[in-house]
Write a protein that binds this ligand. Structure first.
Ligand SMILES: [Fe+2]
Length: 520
């Protein structure tokens, strides 16, 4: 007898492929479900661009909609859709929450387009998107916004309204797009109170976020390139494990549900889901990491430091998840077999760094890269969930940066809910060791930092950082040019206010060819 899950999976695979195909045949008018209210309430989004194509996303939400519906889409040069470039139909299927992932291809490199969706009498809002420059093109400018950590209950997404006003070419989202928690103390706004576990619950949590007007508008304004961290699934999970007590099938099923809901709500290529279907129910991967070339100006490698990582080492009191550890007390700490990216991704990244040919080599990854000793004076204390908890894996990436010497490495991160800016050293134990690149680890959009931070003390203890601030929420704007990179750390005045203002916490400049970050 055929395993029913296998049959389901194959069907899902067929649906995913069909849904993304540009030439899907229209269904007869009588077979199209009647939708009474506008079903495009979650907005539109675009993402995963390359030089000739981009993914266009939307999702239909309508009471009682339990059948597939045909969605028409158009891409145009103008906002009024008089100069149509591409058009087609896609199927919004209940098996994928009526999400639509269109891969609009045959587009010209390095230009902006408008797009929209239609179903029955309903027309979506108009989205704006762009292609990347051709890989060999000379490019004068890339404005990249980077962000992470959208904790719904911790505040409003007003940061995205200000980000939109800065007209970035791309948003790089570095993880924690949703949080799975039921609720938060002193919530600024409530969730549904559910700790997400099932496919429907993860869908509901994503839909809650996509209902936020400022987040929706930022998706509408430019393409996003996204990776995830732990909270898209479960706090502090590593590899296929939530923790020692949740090992095995139950967690794998939960992770597969979370991954599917993530796919359904993000502008990802159908291939991401199709490849995952081979094994995600059995603990196999859903691959997000990849490379994006912005002409000869920037090579962006987006990493996944969550899905393949080994379990955190020596979390205190035998607890699961993360904690602060004195490495001298932890026998596994320096075990070279422990990996944060997993062996296959490490190898892939090594290959990408060996091929780097752009002015800027940008690594978008989840978390703080540089060593951050939290124990003032003698002795060391490290948080074991990030790169600090995987020192041999970090050493391998440092070695790859030395060996391949890609031009001007820039590491972008998130996760810590604090802004950290500094130098990537060849050896963090030797402050005078070679500088391999620069690092900007960004604060959260809303998520609160941990308590009791003392940035001045931490900066003194870790002098490879030149800036540390836990007090403010926001995002970063990175302007890459042929000669220099300028980064502005933008922070909101009050995350609890929907109409919050914005300010610049600090500005930095990096000259190309000179691995130094300086305050501007
Ligand atoms: Fe977070």
């Amino acid at each position: 007898m055929t395993d029913p899950r296998l049959t389901d999976r194959r069907r899902l695979l067929q649906l995913a492929v069909a849904g993304a195909a540009a030439g899907w045949m229209p269904r007869a008018a009588w077979a199209q479900p009647r939708i009474v209210d506008n079903p495009v309430v979650l907005g539109v989004a675009s993402g995963s661009p390359d030089a000739t194509s981009v993914v266009l996303w939307t999702r239909l939400v309508a009471p009682g909609l339990d059948r597939a519906a045909t969605v028409q889409w158009e891409v145009a040069h103008d906002e009024r859709f008089q100069r149509i470039v591409r058009r087609g139909q896609a199927e919004a299927m209940p098996e994928l929450a009526h999400s639509v992932h269109v891969e609009a291809d045959g587009l010209e490199a390095d230009r902006w387009y408008f797009y929209r969706f239609m179903t029955g009498p309903w027309v979506s809002s108009v989205g704006r998107t762009r292609t990347l420059p051709a890989p060999d093109a000379m490019v004068r400018r890339l404005r990249l916004a980077y962000a992470s950590c959208n904790r719904w209950e911790h505040g409003w997404f007003g940061a995205y309204r200000h980000m939109r006003a800065e007209q970035p070419d791309l948003v790089l989202f570095l993880g924690d797009y949703i949080y799975e928690y039921a609720q938060a103390a002193n919530a600024v706004r409530p969730t549904d109170g559910v700790r997400t576990r099932t496919l429907q619950q993860y869908r509901d949590r994503h839909a809650l976020h996509k209902g936020d007007a400022d987040l929706q508008a930022m998706h509408q304004a430019c393409p996003w390139i996204c990776t995830w961290d732990d909270h898209e699934v479960y706090n502090d999970h590593s590899g296929g494990l939530a923790d020692d007590s949740r090992r095995g099938a139950a967690f794998i099923a939960r992770r597969a549900a979370a991954y599917q809901a993530y796919y359904e709500h993000m502008p990802l290529r159908a291939a991401v889901l199709v490849r995952a279907l081979a094994g995600v129910q059995q603990g196999g991967e859903m691959r997000l990491h990849g490379e994006h070339r912005f002409g000869r100006l920037a090579q962006l490698c987006v990493l996944d430091a969550r899905q393949y990582k080994d379990l955190q080492a020596c979390t205190p009191d035998g607890k699961a998840g993360s904690g602060t550890v004195d490495p001298a007390t932890c026998p596994q700490w320096n075990d070279p077999r422990r990996s944060l990216l997993g062996p296959a991704q490490e190898q892939w990244l090594d290959g990408r760094l060996a091929q780097a040919g752009a002015t800027w080599t940008v690594l978008g990854q989840q978390t703080l890269f540089g060593q951050r000793d939290m124990q003032p004076g003698p002795g060391q204390a490290f948080w074991n969930d990030g790169w600090d908890g995987y020192p041999q894996a970090r050493r391998r990436l440092q070695a790859a940066l030395r060996k391949h010497a890609p031009a001007n490495p820039v590491l972008l991160g998130g996760d810590v809910h604090e802004n950290w800016v500094g130098h990537v050293l060849a050896d963090y134990g030797r402050p005078d060791s070679a500088v391999l690149g620069v690092e900007f680890c960004g604060t959260s959009i809303t998520s609160r930092p941990g308590r009791g931070r003392n940035e001045a003390q931490r900066l003194a203890e870790n002098p490879h950082f030149i800036h540390g601030d836990a007090s403010q929420r926001g995002y970063g704007i990175a302007d890459f040019g042929p000669r220099q990179l300028e980064v502005a750390l933008r922070v909101v005045d009050d995350v609890t206010q929907r109409d919050t203002g914005v300010a610049t916490q600090a500005r930095f400049v990096v000259e190309a060819g000179r691995a130094r970050v300086e305050r501007a």
